[in-house]
Design a protein around this ligand. Sequence first.
Ligand SMILES: NC(=O)c1ccc[n+]([C@@H]2O[C@H](COP(=O)([O-])OP(=O)(O)OC[C@H]3O[C@@H](n4cnc5c(N)ncnc54)[C@H](O)[C@@H]3O)[C@@H](O)[C@H]2O)c1
Length: 387
Amino acid sequence: MSEKKYIRIGLIGTGLMGRIHTNGYKRLADFFPEYEHRPVLQAACSRRKEKVEAFAEQWGYKSVETDWRKLLERDDIDAVDICTPNDMHAEIAIAAAKAGKMILCEKPLARTVEEAKKMVDAIEEAGVQNTVWYNYRRIPAVTLAKQIVASGKLGKIFHYRANFLQDWTISPDLPQGGDALWRLDAEAAGSGVTGDLLAHCVDTAMWINGGIKDVSAMTETFIKERVHQGTGEKKEVTIDDACIFHCHFDNGSLGLFEATRYARGHKALYTFEINGEHASIRWDLHDLTRLEYFDHDDEGQVRGWRSIHVTDGDHPYMDRWWIPGTSIGYEHSFIHQVADFFKSLDEGTECHPTFKDAFETQKVCEAVINSANEKAWKDTGVEWTEK
Ligand SMILES: NC(=O)c1ccc[n+]([C@@H]2O[C@H](COP(=O)([O-])OP(=O)(O)OC[C@H]3O[C@@H](n4cnc5c(N)ncnc54)[C@H](O)[C@@H]3O)[C@@H](O)[C@H]2O)c1
């Protein structure tokens, strides 16, 4: 057996993403056994002692911290995984880079372009390995979509269309801010659906279809005031509840994006469709192992949309899992991101999306919010290079 190099993980934030990333670390050795680098669940950190101790016991962390600064001071931590609300990403990442730790940071990279730029500068100065958890790239059907577009099968791309629809904030009685509801507080989240949902759509879109040049957007805040969990006072809601924008891509195609938390009946309906000169593809998170494909070159009488079940051994990542025809799920996109991060350590390469890539997505999100506020087209300033 080859000698393993162990990377000791310090996880900060033990909510939804803390659990799903940990699942990824725990699966790596079973499904990617040949990788030289391996994670060790060294320490978990969140604010309340009893809660973080219970988390550590359940998920198998060796130790706990309740102050993230203490975690960064420790010599026995090699990589920091940031799974906290968005307002903490910049402060933790900059301090972690200064401490020489590798960084895996949740999305969106930051609340603003200004914060994101400081984070990019910090990791570049420190020269530490980094990645941002835009995990949808690593759903096999989405990776296959990227490969099909890159192969040229679609020809010239005309349209890129994406939606991310939810319905969990419709009740006016839902408070804002604090545990579990920080997404409704612009101070903590930076923005509403733009940073939370559209950031995913933008990352996938630019990865598959190239840079977004300019945007024209509108946003709406349907519920204007909500009680803040922290103070118990009614406070103005300053996040975008819904956002629609259209855009030009660098390759000349047109983009149309929509995200909302007010689409009754939809829980997490992320879909995209790409229309090219010769062919089209579409994908839907609710049926995530399938990729729909239409090829105009097919024989006329049998021409139509085909539904590719992306579970064969020659599909992206699928040689690691069960047998052809059996599905994998949402959590596997995170396992794949863990695997690609550790592979990048084996190979001495970058693990995309890096902070720099996520900085470009941040530029689009900020241009979208500015466009909506000012009712004007905005250049994004994106500098996208093929990865
Ligand atoms: N990649 C994805 O698909 C995806 C999905 C959901 C969330 N996210 C991102 O992940 C991040 C976390 O989201 P979540 O849904 O896991 O949130 P969550 O509310 O479930 O968990 C947040 C965690 O951060 C902890 N925390 C808050 N303040 C802290 C502090 N000062 N010190 C230590 N811990 C602290 C909380 O105790 C909690 O454990 C956000 O940036 C979010 O945008 C990404």
